[in-house]
Each structure stands twice: as structure tokens, then as C-alpha cells.
Design a protein around this ligand. Structure first.
Ligand SMILES: *Cc1c(COP(=O)(O)O)cnc(C)c1O
Length: 380
């Protein structure tokens, strides 16, 4: 699904010398490289604080700990996402409230959020799925009315820009009270192992979180709160710092590939190509409205699972993100949920298929992939 080797070739010299320097300095954890990357990412995003940590799942958990959410507090999030989001809510003994998503952009449904709010609701976690922001205007408005925190799960949308109805633009992950991201190798900004970060514009929250990631210490060996050990390795920061200046061009390459896929599938009635929303028409050239962490089609009147097998048989990797709604997963089932409240997720899990998407996709590869998909549909 991703070609990380091709990407490495272009930054090999910088990455290799930077890693060697870290080994020579033995500054393996929280070294100067981590600080340098943190500052560069703060500048890139236009956010006051970036707090690096060990992975994207920790980032979500630490954000929730930093906000002081407590057992029994209800946290609303999307039913159609990677399990990490609901996992940390459950781990912290908060109450996950899974809600349905939109059929066009796969993101959390505003109507469903409104319906799910109770006096116990404390936070909303929009997941900017597949590289495009959820409707942050509406979410921030609801949060204001009900006095809720907004935690953006930005693991799939780093570098994306959100255009609000007023025309104001902001980077994904800088709009809510706090955000988390992941630097897992296959993410749009990925390192060569695990990594993550928390973003916030709130000075007090940033201070609290900086202690939490380091055993609840604000002063050496004084543990004021229960914390965790979640740090970014210097070697990973070196990889990320080499890649950060290229993030926009990486995301442009993804958008180019998405445009070519869209054009190839335009005449196939059984295929719905990804929609861009949030005050953007199509995949525009002028803004980073969608960074295509995944290129995800919906198919109608097509045996999706047979299509997956056919692509695999032709050595084309593909993925089904996600095959099971979270509310039906063994770990997260709950009698509070009513099937009638999840019409979209229940449908999407049967329809979606994600095609290879990365920065090194060549035209002949896209041609081979799209003709293989089209041939299958024409002949089945
Ligand atoms: C990848 C991902 C995470 C978790 O990130 P890790 O670094 O793998 O822990 C969380 N949420 C979403 C939506 C993701 O895609």
C-alpha cells in the first residue's frame, strides 16, 4: 500500500548523517533533535505547542488525561475509525459514545453528535479520517454551546488545511482544544518506528501534558500527577525533521495520484470516488483540503470482497478500512447502542475499498490498478 523505500532514497544522506550524529552524541531520548523537530513542527502547523510522545495512541490518551477527564465522563467519537480512538477512552474508564458518520466524507455526523449529547458529555473526538477534516465549524459551535472539549484525532490528516465557512484557514489539529497525531511509518508524516505528538494552543494544558508524558514530573523526582512514559526517540525525530520540509510536496503527490484515480473512475457508475467537502470544490490546486492518507472508493452492486481477492491475485495491494463498525467489535459492544442509529457505518463497512496511495505512485502503476479494477467490474 505504501512505498517507503523510494521516499527514503531522496533523503538518505540527511537521515543517515543525522542518525549517525545521534549515535555519536548518545542523545537517544529527548535530545536536541527532538526539540528541533518540535519547534519546526510548531512553525509548520502554526500552533503554540507540540509535545512529542511515543505514538499516536498515547497522544490521544495523554490529551484526555491532560484535560482531566474522569471516570464516567462521556466522550463522543466516530463509529467508523481505527480502534485506537475508542480504546483509550475505555482504558481511562471514560464512557465511549460511538456515533454514526457521513456517507460522503466518512467523518463524524453532526446530527449524530447532537443526538448523543447528555449532561455527562465532556468531550468530542472528531477523527479526520483518510486525510480530510471533519466539519470543525459545526463541532466547535456544539462544543461552545455545551461546554465540551474537542480533541482532534489528526493521525491521518497531518498537513491538511481546514477552510471554515468564514474563509479562515487553519491546519488540521490546531482548531480544537487539543489534538493528537501519529508518526507511524505509513502515515503522511511517518518515522522509521513509532512516534506521535500532541498539539495545543493552551499554555496551561501544554504544561500539564509535558509533565504527564514524563511520569507526572514537573520537577525532577517530584511526581505531582499520575503520568506515563511516552517519549519520542531522537532517531525518530531526525527522520521526521528531514521529512517535514517535504510534507507539502508529499501531500501534493498524493493529491495528484487521487486526481488521476478519480479521472480513471469517472465513467464507472458502480464506483463513488472520494468527495472533498469543507468549502472546497473537487480536489483543488490551491489548498491542502485533503491529504489522502487513504484513497477510498465506495462500490455499489459489486462483490467488494471478490474485488479485493482479484486485486491481490494481480499483486495489487488494497485495504478495507474498516471492515467492522466499532460498536460491533467484541471489546466495545454495549447494550446502549441501537443498530438503527448506525445506518451509514453499517453500510460503509460493506462498500469501502482503499487503493495503494503513497508519494511514489507512477502513472503506469495507476493505469494498471485502475484498469484491473474496471475490468473486474465490467466482467462480474
Ligand atoms: C494510526 C492511528 C492512530 C494510532 O496511532 P499509533 O501511532 O499507531 O498509535 C490513532 N487514530 C487513528 C485515526 C489512526 O489512523
Amino acid at each position: 500500500m505504501v512505498d517507503l523505500k523510494g521516499q527514503y532514497a531522496a533523503i538518505k544522506n540527511e537521515v543517515d548523517s543525522s542518525i549517525q550524529e545521534i549515535i555519536d552524541n548518545t542523545s537517544f531520548v529527548n535530545g536536541p533533535k527532538v526539540h528541533q523537530f518540535q519547534k519546526n513542527l510548531e512553525n509548520y502547523l502554526g500552533v503554540k505547542h507540540v509535545i512529542p510522545c511515543a505514538n499516536g495512541t498515547d497522544a490521544l490518551q495523554i490529551a484526555m488525561m491532560g484535560l482531566g477527564l474522569e471516570q464516567g465522563d462521556e466522550v463522543i467519537t466516530a463509529d467508523f475509525t481505527f480502534a485506537a480512538t475508542v480504546e483509550v477512552i475505555a482504558l481511562l474508564k471514560l464512557t465511549p459514545v460511538l456515533v454514526d458518520v457521513n456517507p460522503d466524507d466518512f467523518n463524524i455526523s453532526i446530527d449524530a453528535i447532537k443526538k448523543a449529547i447528555t449532561p455527562k458529555t465532556k468531550a468530542i473526538v472528531p477523527v479526520h479520517l483518510f486525510g480530510q477534516c471533519a466539519n470543525m465549524d459545526a463541532i466547535m459551535q456544539i462544543a461552545k454551546e455545551h461546554n465540551l472539549y474537542v480533541i482532534e484525532d489528526n493521525a491521518q490528516a497531518i498537513g491538511a488545511t481546514y477552510t471554515s465557512t468564514t474563509g479562515k484557514k487553519a491546519k488540521a489539529g490546531t482548531i480544537g482544544h487539543v489534538a493528537s497525531t501519529s508518526f507511524f511509518p505509513s502515515k503522511n508524516l511517518g518515522c522509521y518506528g513509532d512516534g506521535g505528538a500532541i498539539f495545543t494552543n493552551d499554555d496551561d494544558l501544554a504544561h500539564t501534558i509535558r509533565g504527564i508524558v514524563n511520569h507526572g514530573m514537573y520537577e525532577r523526582y517530584h511526581h505531582d500527577v499520575v503520568g506515563v512514559n511516552s517519549r519520542l526517540d531522537s532517531i525518530q525525530a531526525a527522520v521526521l525533521d528531514a521529512k517535514l520540509p517535504k510534507l507539502d510536496s508529499y501531500n501534493n503527490a498524493r493529491r495528484d495520484a487521487a486526481r488521476k484515480y478519480n479521472a480513471a473512475f469517472a465513467d464507472v457508475p458502480q464506483i463513488t470516488t472520494p468527495k472533498t467537502v469543507n468549502n472546497c470544490e473537487g480536489i483543488c490546486d490551491t489548498c491542502d483540503c485533503h491529504v489522502f492518507h487513504q484513497y477510498t472508493l465506495k462500490v455499489d452492486n459489486v462483490d467488494r470482497d471478490a474485488l479485493v481477492k482479484h486485486l491481490n491475485a494481480n499483486n495489487i495491494p488494497c485495504g478495507v478500512y474498516y471492515p467492522i463498525p466499532l460498536h460491533l467489535q467484541k471489546a466495545y459492544k454495549d447494550e446502549r447502542y441501537n443498530e438503527a442509529d448506525f445506518p451509514v457505518t453499517n453500510q460503509l463497512v460493506k462498500q469501502v475499498i482503499s487503493l495503494p496511495m503513497h508519494t511514489e505512485l507512477e502513472d503506469d502503476q495507476i493505469h494498471f490498478i485502475t484498469t484491473t479494477v474496471k475490468d473486474f467490474i465490467a466482467n462480474n
